[in-house]
Write a protein that binds this ligand. Structure first.
Ligand code: GUN
Length: 282
């Protein structure tokens, strides 16, 4: 049976490390703060935003919530972001996605000052990552790199296959694995033969959003499996994009769902808020 990669424990460790740093700054009279903006009341977003606020409270970061009505105009949202960009008492700005249809997400992301973009979505930060420069890294792929590091899984020279090419996970994941000297292949909905490629993976990252899409026929013996999916199965039970029961005996290590990649995203967001504070000299 595969080793379980314990995201619950690793994310708790990272949050505790962040908490210590925040406490040390507090002792010097310095406070770290994150503005969290939600437009409308998408129920999933409300849960995510609530979890982010709870994590802030736990580590000692001040969260400043902006709960805006669905009818908020793009201009009003952009004006708020510009105001927050200029405020020294705000270190990070997070706009929960998705936004209502009448608001252009790209425009919103591009309005956030890159040095406060703790999500790592601004083109400047994405570009920095792609050329190995310093910048904010998207929290989920950043969290996956921490899972690998802290489970002593070496990426150097490994064939890493990523299923999915989203801006938030698939693409930055490829950049990070490449930076760690992996050989990276990204497969997606238009790939001719996904299985042919995933069967070659030493490390397989699955971020496709389809419940139990990957079974043992996609997996090489001894592969490391990272499951980014959070779905409900036919019995309404949480499951990943990987059919855990069918893959667990073939893999050497695997992330469970829940308790794998999921909790890492918020831990890395907390980490990014401290990085933002340390980078800004405001
Ligand atoms: N919506 C789903 N995931 C995320 C995330 O990581 N950040 C933001 N801002 N919105 C999201």
């Amino acid at each position: 049976m595969a080793t379980l990669i314990d995201g619950k424990q690793i994310s708790a460790d990272i949050k505790n490390e962040v908490k210590e740093k925040v406490a040390a700054y507090k002792a010097e009279g310095k406070e770290i703060s994150l503005a969290v903006i939600q437009v409308g009341n998408n129920p999933a977003s409300t849960v995510y935003v609530g979890n982010k606020k709870k994590a802030c409270e736990y580590v000692g970061i001040k969260s400043v919530a902006y709960e805006l009505p669905e009818e908020t105009t793009e201009e009003e949202l952009l004006d708020l972001i510009k105001e927050l960009n200029g405020r020294c008492d705000i270190n990070g700005i997070l706009v929960q996605l998705p936004l209502p249809k009448h608001i252009d997400e790209d425009k919103v992301i591009e309005t956030i000052d890159p040095i406060k973009d703790v999500d790592g979505f601004h083109p400047m930060n994405v570009g920095a990552l792609s050329i190995g420069r310093r910048g904010f890294i998207s929290c989920t792929p950043y969290g996956i790199m921490k899972l690998l590091e802290r489970t002593n899984i070496d990426v150097n020279g490994k064939h890493c296959v990523i299923i999915g090419r989203s801006n938030i996970v698939g693409k930055p994941m490829g950049m990070l694995l490449l930076k760690a000297n992996g050989t990276v292949t990204t497969v997606h909905s238009r790939t001719k033969d996904i299985k042919e490629l995933t069967k070659q993976a030493d490390i397989l990252v699955v971020a496709i959003g389809k419940p139990k899409f990957v079974d043992e026929t996609y997996v090489k013996d001894g592969a490391v499996i990272i499951d980014v999916g959070i779905n409900r199965d036919e019995n309404n039970k949480l499951c990943g994009d990987v059919d855990f029961d069918r893959v667990v005996d073939k893999a050497s290590a695997i992330t469970p769902v829940p308790g794998g990649v999921g909790p890492m995203t918020i831990a890395m967001l907390m980490n990014n808020c401290v990085e933002a504070f340390e980078f800004q000299n405001c």
